[in-house]
Design a protein around this ligand. Structure first.
Ligand SMILES: O=C(O)CCC(=O)C(=O)O
Length: 280
């Protein structure tokens, strides 16, 4: 049996075929409800304390305790959960995630980053983009594992993906609509392709290739937060990644060395990075 037809533990042949055609895959109920509850308890505890985690989470609190009209000032995304919370590392390197990522990458995975989005009602979204623009994994591409902590649907700012864009070359982003996106990078879907919403329940995981165009709209739900835990991986065969993601880890927790991708990427060394965000 050739490697492309045999079933790899973690993903069925059908799932792998779907991922190869569409560039994404949803695995329902990968996490147990009590695992998501524990994660939620940890990250909500950190968020409610309002205590900054320097370099990883720096909320802006109003001196009088009032809320800024932009909820993301009080609840920005939390970077690299695995570097400061044991549950972040445990979940980033969980064998169930590893098995799916290994099956989709068809290679040993290396973990690159983890993040938490809180996205309370009223938050802006993140305009359509490709993750590998930031991670600059070469050769090949990164892969995201996007875990829903809350139900995730269009009204509360759930994620949208543009199926079939995983084979697209990296596009140089243009500016986004700052009233709807907190990140100033926008990549339009190519001719004939359109974004579809990923409807997820807590514990479901959306896996997608780093070239897939994806993003989210503002959370316009009156009460429903849209928390998510997002990890990125790269295949062991990749030789480079942007330095911002160092240190990298294998699924045994060992630190793995790779070369730093030079700045510039597919958009050239003259790309004006000062106008755009530098990480996914
Ligand atoms: O969760 C979101 O709203 C956007 C996340 C995203 O696009 C990313 O992590 O690359």
């Amino acid at each position: 049996m050739s490697p492309s037809t045999q079933s790899i533990p973690g993903v069925t042949l059908e799932q792998r075929k779907f991922y190869r055609t569409e560039g994404y895959l949803i695995v329902r109920g990968l996490w147990q409800p009590e695992e998501i509850a524990e994660l939620k308890q940890v990250v909500d505890g950190l968020a409610e304390s309002g205590k900054p985690i320097p370099g990883f989470w720096e909320p802006q609190l109003q001196p009088d305790g009032s809320l800024d009209p932009d909820p993301l000032k009080r609840y920005p995304r939390m970077l690299h959960l695995h570097r400061h919370q044991p549950i972040g590392k445990r979940m980033m390197l969980d064998p169930r995630i590893g098995a799916v990522v290994r099956g989709l990458l068809e290679d040993e995975p290396i973990a690159c980053q983890s993040m938490v989005y809180f996205k309370p009602p009223g938050s802006r979204g993140q305009a359509l983009h490709q993750d590998n623009f930031y991670l600059m994994v070469k050769p090949g591409s990164c892969l995201a594992a996007w875990t829903a902590i809350d139900p995730s649907f269009p009204e509360n700012g759930g994620l949208w993906v543009v199926p079939g864009t995983h084979d697209l070359a990296l596009q140089c982003p243009g500016p986004a609509d700052g009233t709807r996106s907190f990140v100033n990078n926008y990549v339009p879907p190519p001719e004939g392709k359109r974004a579809i919403p990923a409807q997820l329940s807590p514990g479901d995981v959306l896996f997608f290739n780093g070239s897939v165009i994806h993003g989210s709209e503002p959370n316009s739900h009156p009460t429903q937060w849209r928390r998510s835990f997002i990890c990125h991986y790269m295949p062991a065969a990749a030789e480079e990644i942007a330095e911002w993601y160092f240190p990298l880890h294998d699924f045994h927790g060992n630190v793995i060395a790779r070369k730093a991708s030079g700045m510039g990427g597919p958009c050239g060394a003259d790309y004006d990075w000062s106008k755009f965000d530098k990480f996914a």
